[in-house]
Unconditional design. Structure first.
Length: 182
């Protein structure tokens, strides 16, 4: 009952582009609708009327599952690259091990944890170093430049780490989380 597309089409679009958790909240209480919604990729489905505490409990449950999946995904793949988070081991699409400094590893891990989302310098500095940065601090820019070199991401036309003017950086890759190294 959304204007334009229906919720199922929106869920399908979200699933195609992201791993963001989806809870469908709808006035439709048909069993078939619930099944189709879950098959389209919804993490949960709740019909109106509902108790607000139940909605909150379902949101918390979905977030627990999502965080648990991300935490157990110790191997991450993107654009042919493979990162083993336990060993801090990055392997190129050609099978070559790429050595990363601890700062480069933490930056890559931050991007992999937030794919296709703009992260500004404040957010990156907080994730990487747990501190605020000054207006003239360019350490994040230096780390991004070094990581681009490691990932063979052309600084003049980057495909993986895009600079969004006035906003920050966007890791533009589809990220697949895998439970173990294989």
């Amino acid at each position: 009952m959304l204007p334009g597309d229906d919720g199922l089409a929106l869920c399908r679009q979200l699933r195609a582009a992201s791993d963001i958790p989806v809870i469908m909240l709808t006035a439709l209480d048909d069993t078939e609708e619930r099944i189709v919604g879950l098959e389209m990729g919804a993490d949960d489905y709740l019909s109106k009327p509902f108790n607000p505490r139940e909605l909150l409990a379902r949101i918390k449950g979905v977030l627990r599952r999502v965080r648990g999946e991300a935490g157990s995904a110790r191997v991450v793949r993107f654009e042919g690259w493979t990162l083993n988070r336990d060993a801090h081991h990055l392997v190129s699409p050609e099978g070559v091990v790429v050595n990363l400094s601890s700062g480069e590893y933490r930056l890559l891990d931050a991007f992999l944890s937030h794919p296709n989302r703009v992260l500004n310098r404040d957010q990156l500095m907080e994730i990487l170093q747990g501190r605020d940065w000054g207006p003239f601090d360019r350490s994040i820019d230096v780390q991004v430049s070094r990581l681009r070199k490691r990932l063979q991401d052309d600084p003049h036309n980057p495909a993986l780490i895009k600079t969004i003017r006035g906003e920050g950086y966007l890791f533009a890759a589809r990220v697949a989380r895998v439970a173990s190294w294989d």
